[in-house]
Design a protein around this ligand. Structure first.
Ligand code: BES
Ligand code: MN
Ligand code: ZN
Length: 520
């Protein structure tokens, strides 16, 4: 899909459809009002008829006979006072999904008046949403059920700063494509998306986005003493890969942000095998890793002034003849020994070595993302990811950066009690801590491998994929945490780390409830 800026006046634009924003609780304004007048009040009529009540993403189509735009799609942005810039991504996504599935390949989307003074941000959101709205999960169907056909999206910014809008479109396009890339990696089934294939995709990203790449095979990982990672891989016939992508955007700085993603290309549970029901979802268990690779692809193109390394330990978790058995003891890179009580708690085992390796590379900040625990889905459902940290100021900075993207993260506590739950009678640690606080004991386990580096763990088990669709988003993989990762790198590159850390000192509530700067 191609998203570009059109300098046409909204009423003169040639397109299959013109998309205009409306609010649920205020009269038509700006372009929507003008178009309504040109069409003799049909939009106002449609809204007055109660066809849509005005929730974000609700929409109504009217035909515009004799106009260069042949249809108008009014899409609601919800209540006027509750407007958030990321709603514009959902606005555009709704339009692309609705019109694209009706074979309209050429649509024009109008920016609302709220974009004034924030043209780059608004246009970025529209471009991102248009592109993510075009994603569907029918890639394996010979004749796809629902195909989003829209090929060209023109953004119209009437009376607004065109240069800024153009800049925003470029950024939003990069981000939207990265999100879709992560989704494609995630939705691709495990027979195709093996660790080797994931490493090849990462190599292609490195080439396109100008990143350095290194991929450790099993022998190389053994040299690094990644015994915890390799213990998960040993039950599978697929060779493990440890993927390292590097972006050096600030060579003069010693600061290094590590993004670490769980890359389990299929989680059968291993010898502690999972029940059959919904096991197919475990192809998504590499969503964190996909998010890292995709975020790195966007970072390479956006070129923020920061050094970032992306680490993805990739392996299947299978119950082969050589598989780890419950009770086996393995050692991670930092020498800590782990009693494997449950082979289905494998994510933390592969992340342990990846976190150690981040430290070995000299990371000064670490964020990991993982579909780590079913307990996280119990705690927060599909509405939010969980965030756990050893550094509240860093977490506040992350939450503030992530909030405007529309991805949700909710900070949960770390207490030493959780670490106590992870102590083994026979090794340094065990890999499960029983049922209480499953997300937090998993985080406490990971914390044993980050040393003193400021670190945030993101549990995306409930948010990486969804079995519900939205007006703006297909079912399946969501692209979480790509947007937040990219936003964090931009926030960190903004100013000197010490200053930005101070500025991020939590003022009210830790979960990003305080005000955040909106930037592009
Ligand atoms: N990949 C799963 C977690 C998961 C569950 C992700 C559901 C998405 C949806 C993880 O490897 C796992 O199996 N975790 C276990 C840990 C337990 C054995 C301590 C879990 O959550 O049951
Ligand atoms: Mn598991
Ligand atoms: Zn898993």
């Amino acid at each position: 899909m191609q998203v570009g800026l059109s300098h046409d006046a909204p009423l003169g634009v040639r397109a299959g459809a013109l998309v205009v924003p409306v609010f649920s609780d205020t009269p038509l304004e700006g372009t929507a009002k003008e178009v309504d007048a040109a069409l003799g009040g049909v939009i106002a009529d449609a809204l007055a008829s109660g066809e849509i009540r005005g929730r974000l993403g609700e929409h109504v189509l009217v035909y515009a006979k004799g106009q260069p735009y042949r249809r108008v799609l009014a899409v609601s942005l919800g209540e006027h006072a509750k407007f958030e810039p990321y709603f514009l991504a959902r606005y555009a996504g709704t339009a692309v999904r609705y019109l694209g599935r009706r074979n309209l390949d050429d649509i024009a989307i109008v920016l609302p008046e709220q974009a004034r003074g924030h043209e780059a941000l608004a246009a970025a959101m529209v471009a991102e949403g248009a592109i993510t709205g075009s994603f569907d999960t029918t890639i394996y169907q010979a004749k796809p059920d629902v195909r989003v056909a829209t090929a060209t999206v023109s953004v119209i910014a009437p009376g607004l700063d065109q240069t800024e809008a153009e800049r925003g479109i470029a950024r939003g396009t990069i981000l939207g494509e990265a999100v879709n890339f992560a989704r494609r990696l995630a939705v691709t089934p495990a027979n195709d998306m093996t660790p080797s294939h994931l490493a090849e995709e990462a190599a292609a990203v490195a080439k396109q986005s100008g990143l350095e790449i290194e991929v450790f095979d099993e022998a190389r990982a053994r040299q690094e003493r990644m015994g915890s990672f390799l213990s998960v891989a040993q039950g599978s016939v697929q060779p493990p890969k440890f993927i390292i992508l590097r972006y050096n955007g600030d060579p003069s700085s010693k600061e290094l942000l590590a993004l670490v993603g769980k890359g389990i290309t299929f989680d059968s549970g291993g010898i502690s095998i999972k029940p059959a029901e919904r096991m197919e979802e475990m192809k998504y268990d590499m969503s964190g890793g996909a998010g890292v690779i995709a975020a790195m692809s966007a970072i390479g193109k956006l070129k923020p002034k920061i050094n970032v390394v992306g680490l993805v330990p990739a392996t299947e978790n299978m119950p082969g003849g050589k598989a780890t058995k419950p009770g086996d003891i393995v050692a991670a890179m930092n020498g800590k020994t782990i009693e494997v009580i449950n082979t289905d708690a494998e994510g933390r085992l592969i992340l342990a070595d990846a976190l150690c390796y981040a430290n070995k590379l000299g990371a000064t900040r670490i964020v990991d993302a993982a579909t780590l625990t079913g307990a996280c889905v119990i705690a927060l459902g599909h509405a939010s990811s969980a965030a756990v940290t050893n550094d509240d100021a860093f977490a506040a900075q992350f939450l503030a950066a992530a909030k405007p993207t529309g991805e949700r993260y909710w900070q949960m506590p770390y207490y030493e009690d959780y670490t106590t739950q992870m102590k083994s009678d026979i090794a340094d640690l065990k890999n499960t801590g029983g049922r209480p606080a499953g997300t937090l004991t998993a985080a406490a386990f990971l914390k044993e491998f980050v040393a003193n580096t400021p670190w945030i763990h993101l549990d995306i088990a409930g948010t990486a994929y969804l079995d519900t669709e939205f007006a703006w988003q297909a079912k399946g993989p969501t692209g979480t945490p790509v947007r937040a990762f990219v936003a964090l790198t931009e926030a960190l590159s903004d100013c000197h780390p010490e200053r930005s850390r101070k500025a991020a000192e939590p003022k009210e509530h830790p979960n990003g409830a305080r005000g955040s700067e909106l930037r592009v």
